[in-house]
Design a protein around this ligand. Sequence first.
Ligand SMILES: C[S@@+](CC[C@H](N)C(=O)[O-])C[C@H]1O[C@@H](n2cnc3c(N)ncnc32)[C@H](O)[C@@H]1O
Length: 382
Amino acid sequence: MGTLNDEIDPPAHPEYHQPSIPTTTPNTGAPAPVPSSPTVEADPNDGDQDDDATSDYESDVSDTTSLNSSLFHYQYENGRTYHAHRAGQYLLPNDELEQERLDITHHLFSLTLNGALCVSKLDAPKRILDLGTGTGIWAIDVGDLYPAAEVIGTDLSPIQSRWFVPHPTPHPFRVPNPRRDTYPPAHRVPSNVRFEIDDATLEWTFPRAHFDFIHARTLGGAIADWPALLRRCHKHLVPGGQLEVSEGRTDFWCDDGSLPADSATSKWLTEFRRLARPLGFDISPKLPGMLKEAGFTDVEFRQRVVPCGTWPKDPALKEIGRWFQIQFLEMALESYSLALFTREGGWTSEETQVLFAKVRKELRSNMFHIYTYTAFVTGKKN
Ligand SMILES: C[S@@+](CC[C@H](N)C(=O)[O-])C[C@H]1O[C@@H](n2cnc3c(N)ncnc32)[C@H](O)[C@@H]1O
């Protein structure tokens, strides 16, 4: 269990559980069934205007790029910054607000796993690789948890804690994070963890059969050729090594008819689905089949419910919903839709902001009982 999560919010108490929702479809490769009747019970007392709810080694194709100043040239668009390395390849921003979102998302994943860092059972791993590490928060936690392991986090953007300079006025929804708040910055990263700027979609400079565990979280939409990436993961894992790909499902479900068809939220969701589908954001249901194709065995697909808002009756889901509502309304809604709607959908920045404002107002009311899932796809190399 990661140090950071222990200090943020201790979720692992006996009553903490996911309710009995059919979220797992082991070994079939199919997405878990979407419930057709209400399965997450709504709290009758929570539905008002609650605004507070608040490579080969020898390969000559090496592309590991040493950090140089050009990597810090960010692209500015609609008030947000996007990474400059292979500009345009990745749709999400990389600015302070996005980094806060990634840290809250880490907290959410941890809550849905009762405080664990992954669903894979690890046995004294020696080498761990975190692809698309983002702020590096997962790599840092796993480095603290397994001090004898060598942990490497790779990313296109130099936004890892080691280089992170805190904003003078932190975002109000900042998750307290002892590691990232440490000074000097070098102490924010355990000595067994290091970060490299690298494009995961190109040949890797790491030796074959090198890692015991490869982890990739929320890369949906960023990877054009998943089968190629999964084959690369298989090649660089030791025999017996494990892969875990986790995603937040980029869709919402509602079982009780509480989401009106004429709402701004429905309008946003319909447009988001139309524009996001070709980009493959919601990749997790296809991953089990792809892992098997890439040679993995013991492939499993698991999901955990993530409500949007404090509307569920179950206290643990209420807590997850409270954090997800903040992450989604204050951060993800814009991160995932702004570039998508303006670049791909022909929307103006102003039109998107008006729509986002309406969605925020509607969802803060907790009247729409919508939920999504965290999804975990695991496999082993024989
Ligand atoms: C949504 S963030 C997730 C960060 C981290 N995995 C987490 O869960 O906190 C996706 C990250 O993947 C990185 N990324 C996108 N495409 C990539 C690529 N081809 N190679 C390496 N990193 C990539 C982005 O820069 C971003 O930091």
